[in-house]
Design a protein around this ligand. Structure first.
Ligand code: AMP
Ligand code: MG
Length: 350
């Protein structure tokens, strides 16, 4: 398949035309990669079962792992899902934005798109290119992250091109994604309570404050899924984000981390380090590949950098990667969730 690569620029006629052609492509059952405020998405007509099949094939994704459908207006959710008061509250507080809500599905969403489940995940992106693309397409757009299955989600169009050239019809390039980690996913349960399935930029604290409902956090967000346990969200079962080299998360003071790596690290190693620690690690391990992660307190920068760093690390021939263990609150929880998967749950408390 020939992949067309289009730099989106609203100021120029060719950029605007590109977006119109992308919408035509979606309507015709094609695959279009587009930017969102979280990561890049691999989109197709969410009401077309054959288009969903194409998405699974392009990503190499197991077809029981459902797709999120993207809408241009929060009210459009009612076309595809049984919405209610709680959805309305969430939409008023967080949409358009990086929140996905899981609700009972309507028949307008094919089984294939929702991975055979009776529920459907709905998101209304705020990114102007994503939002306009959906509007121009006139349908909802089913879109997982635009990476090959198992790899980190792409946060810029160059990473998309690495994975998706030859597998999709079009790639819309609008630079670097704003947040850098996938959307928060929350499920509205039958008894009108909320369960957090995937942490993201919208934090559990914000969700509880906006709805007045205490939210339960699925065990699989912070822990390994028990052998034989049913995953509340199918994506939780699958290996995700893991770089080629085994990764260890270190929980402790810098000095203890340096001691641990000196004793246990088998070179060549990579170290993901807070900005404050970069020089110290460089001095202790002059041959290591050091990746600056942002300042210790600056979780927004860390979220923005994480997937880029994991992809960069994969280009080196590393034997091992070490990284700090994030905290489990606020945006830290989103980092924690991605990093324990990248590290296959290998945490060392020092
Ligand atoms: P991605 O599209 O790569 O951001 O991944 C979408 C995530 O949403 C996957 O982990 C899916 O398992 C999850 N998901 C999508 N639809 C549902 C649903 N109906 N119920 C629970 N999880 C869902
Ligand atoms: Mg994904």
């Amino acid at each position: 398949m020939n992949t067309e690569y289009i730099k989106i620029d609203f100021e120029t006629e060719s950029g605007a035309q590109g977006l119109r052609r992308a919408a035509d492509c979606i309507r015709a059952g094609g695959l279009v990669v587009f930017p969102t405020e979280t990561v890049y998405g691999l989109g197709a007509d969410g009401t077309n079962a054959d288009a969903a099949t194409k998405i699974y094939e392009a990503k190499g994704r197991p077809s029981d792992n459902p797709l999120i459908i993207h809408i241009a207006d929060p009210e459009d959710a009612a076309l595809y899902a049984q919405t209610g008061e709680l959805y309305k509250k969430l939409a008023e507080s967080f949409m358009p934005g990086p929140l996905t809500v899981v609700m009972p599905a309507k028949e307008t969403v094919p089984m294939k798109t929702r991975g055979g489940l009776s529920t459907v995940a709905v998101r209304c992106p705020a990114h102007p290119v994503a939002n306009l693309l959906i509007r121009l397409s006139g349908v909802c757009i089913a879109a997982p992250s635009a990476n090959l299955s198992g790899k980190p989600s792409p946060t810029d169009a160059r990473q998309v091109a690495e994975d998706m050239t030859g597998r999709v019809d079009m790639i819309l390039d609008d630079g670097s994604a704003d947040f850098g980690l996938e959307s928060t996913i929350v499920k509205i349960e039958e008894d009108n309570t909320l369960t957090l399935l995937r942490p993201g930029k919208i934090t559990p604290e914000q969700l509880s404050a906006a709805t007045g409902i205490s939210l339960s956090i699925s065990d699989a967000v912070t822990d390994k899924l028990k052998e034989g346990a049913l995953a509340p969200s199918p994506g939780m079962k699958y290996r995700h984000y893991a770089p080629a080299a085994p990764m260890t998360l270190l929980d402790g003071e810098r000095v203890r981390c340096i001691e641990y790596i000196e004793k246990n690290g088998s070179p060549p190693i990579g170290i993901i380090a807070y900005d404050e620690d970069v020089e110290h690690f460089r001095a202790a391990f002059p041959d290591a590949k050091i990746y600056a992660f942002g300042k210790r307190e600056d979780e927004l920068t860390q979220a923005h950098e994480l997937f880029k760093i994991l992809r960069l690390a994969d280009k080196e021939d590393l034997c091992e990667i070490f990284a700090p263990l994030p905290r489990k609150s606020g945006i830290g929880l989103a980092l924690y969730n991605r990093m324990i998967r990248a590290a296959s749950h290998h945490i060392v408390h020092l």
